[in-house]
Write a protein that binds this ligand. Structure first.
Ligand SMILES: [Zn+2]
Length: 105
């Protein structure tokens, strides 16, 4: 597995979670609003997020953070020490922001 596959996996997890969000979102909205699907994808409002379990929210946040880091090109850089996080570690823990040494500290 390489980083491209890690990225795809993160995107799939994000899709599943945002799918959950849009279901919750449409439950919260009054029935029959025509563009609820579009708006559901953008949904960030607290009420919707509150319906997710804590672990789902944590996962959603860490996936978004990881994908953001991939976009910015900082995905493989440890946020604590600035050294490169080995690819094997990112494959094992795709949403980590720390190298093994810093995570263990
Ligand atoms: Zn580090």
């Amino acid at each position: 597995m390489n980083l491209d596959q890690v990225k795809r996996e993160l995107e799939e997890r994000l899709d599943r979670l945002t799918g959950r969000l849009s279901v919750i979102d449409s439950e919260l909205r009054s029935p029959g609003s025509a563009d609820s699907e579009d708006r559901a994808l953008e949904s960030e409002n607290k009420e919707v997020l509150d319906r997710l379990s804590e672990s789902e929210r944590d996962e959603l946040q860490s996936i978004r953070r990881a994908l953001g880091r991939i976009r910015e090109g900082t995905y493989t850089v440890c946020t604590a020490c600035g050294k490169t996080i080995p690819e094997a570690r990112l494959v094992a823990v795709p949403d980590t922001t720390l190298c093994v040494r810093c995570a263990g500290a």
